[in-house]
Design a protein around this ligand. Structure first.
Ligand code: AMP
Ligand code: ZN
Length: 467
């Protein structure tokens, strides 16, 4: 899996990508495939434009923040993996960093050089000659003849073909300010190109030819197309990656997430608004990975509600005291639900249908204990964290109340005098630090069908409870 470029905070669009990869890994493991999950970290060489132009993204952030590129890359790498943990992704088995695989990249380019696939543009870099690669662009169905510089590619001066790309870069003659440079067969102050990184690292850990390679749909025309060209030229394998998985993008309120629009959402924003990261995961699972998903705060609230329902019902299943009857067709029912759950997932990762099967488990005529165990089994694949959520409730039973989800904030002027009075009393009790009394008022409000939440400014917000 092509990992992040560690130059800024990973946003929820990035997370969507890795959630779907994580579900795929979990699914394969559930089917007893042995999976080695490699997800690299690009901590060098990803230029501002994918076409070998402009500054290095990490060096640019480092310069702006007066930090070293290493400090920047480690900071944003840590941020990404902690968000990834929060949203329930398992850590990849191997997380190689590009800067730790310089020699592997040089060796790979040497092979290409020996086979005559490369040329040098003075003062710029070692380039791959795509006219030597017979199937160049097949993944993206590129029309090579029809390509003009400025469409898919920017025309770097000295390139033989518009699609040629840099394997290795040289610091510009007039600039000796780069922080990250290495000596190489091509000079003293040189550095890797992005496409080479992913080939060198994935082949090191998975072999020259492997099963699955994933990335975002944005990787198809340039990055993955170039990875394939490198891999095929360097090795004699017919196949580099047997299957490619390309994740579609997350949009926010129907627009592209971008800095210029100021609409980038981080997992921190989701948490600050009181949502559970696993509810965001639930939201991601409602859409197919090849389709765009449009994030809205309404859909987030709906996902939180659906997620809470599952947690609450699963908790109740675990703690029900009713004794189960004898069921003679138990195995048939289990088989039926298994098929309903795994068949769509195994058909190109249809997570949305699999999610609906959770609801069917609750409604099924299985004994309580079997329902509960089946849910936990399915959750090994979905990663919604039911086991942890239930353990949290067991440790703090008050959490169960909070799972009854607020619908919408009520306009205070619409509240009855009785409710207003209770709110006032609760506020006074809180100010006097009499929390037991404040809780008692909250409970009285709850019995009337209202839920109170405190905002970060210390104000009370009132919601109508479901049911
Ligand atoms: P980057 O760190 O920019 O290399 O991006 C890491 C991964 O996140 C890439 O695979 C991108 O395709 C993917 N990505 C970036 N933006 C989005 C988005 N809005 N929705 C989904 N995936 C995204
Ligand atoms: Zn890659």
């Amino acid at each position: 899996s092509c990992g992040i470029t560690a130059y800024e905070y990973a946003h929820i669009g990035n997370l969507r990508r890795y959630v779907m990869d994580d579900v795929l890994v979990r699914l394969l493991r559930s089917q007893n495939f042995e999976v080695t999950y490699v997800q690299n970290v690009t901590d060098i060489g990803h230029l501002v434009s994918d076409e070998d132009e402009g500054e290095d993204k990490i060096e640019k952030t480092a310069a702006a923040q007066n930090k070293t590129p290493e400090e920047i890359a480690r900071y944003f790498e840590d941020y990404f993996f902690s968000a990834s943990d929060d949203i329930g992704n398992l850590r990849p088995d191997i997380i190689p960093r590009a800067t730790a695989h310089i020699q592997e990249q040089i060796d790979l380019i040497k092979k290409l050089e020996d086979k005559g696939y490369t040329y040098i543009i003075e003062g710029d870099g070692v380039y791959f000659d795509t006219s030597k690669s017979p199937n160049y662009g097949y993944l993206a169905r590129l029309d090579k003849e029809g390509l003009r510089a400025g469409e898919r590619v920017e025309m770097v001066e000295g390139k033989k073909n518009p699609t040629d790309f840099a394997l290795w870069k040289f610091e510009h003659h007039d600039d000796k300010s780069r922080a990250m440079v290495w000596p190489s067969p091509w000079g003293e102050r040189t550095f890797p190109g992005w496409h080479t990184e992913c080939v060198a690292m994935s082949q090191k850990y998975l072999g020259e030819s492997y099963e699955l390679h994933s990335g975002g749909i944005d990787h198809i025309p340039v990055h993955h197309t170039n990875e394939i060209a490198i891999a095929h030229a360097a090795t004699n394998q017919d196949i580099y990656a047997r299957y490619w998985i390309h994740h579609n993008f997350l949009r926010v309120e129907n627009s592209k997430m971008s800095k210029s629009l100021g609409n980038i959402i981080l997992l921190d924003d989701i948490k600050e608004r009181g949502f559970n990261p696993r509810a965001l995961r639930y939201l991601f699972l409602t859409a197919h990975y090849r389709k765009e998903l449009n994030f809205t705060w309404e859909s987030m609230a709906a996902a939180q509600k659906a997620y809470n329902k599952i947690v609450k019902e699963a908790y109740e299943l675990k703690h029900t005291t009713s004794r189960d009857e004898f069921y003679d067709v138990l195995q048939d029912r289990l088989d039926d639900l298994h098929a309903k759950f795994y068949t769509p997932l195994l058909d190109d990762l249809n997570t949305a249908t699999a999610l609906t099967v959770l609801g069917q488990v609750f409604k099924s005529a299985l004994p309580t204990r079997d329902k509960y165990e089946l849910l936990l089994e399915f959750d090994e694949v979905l990663g919604l964290g039911l086991r942890e959520e239930i353990a949290n409730i067991e440790a703090n039973p008050d959490l169960l109340q909070q799972l009854t989800l607020p619908k919408e904030t009520l306009d205070p002027s619409l509240l009855s005098d009785e409710v207003k009075k209770l709110l006032q009393q609760r506020q006074t009790a809180k100010q006097a630090q009499n929390f037991a009394a404040a809780d008692a008022f909250r409970e009285q409000l709850r019995l009337l069908g209202f839920q109170v939440q405190d905002t970060s400014e210390g104000e009370q917000q009132v919601f109508i409870l479901e049911g």
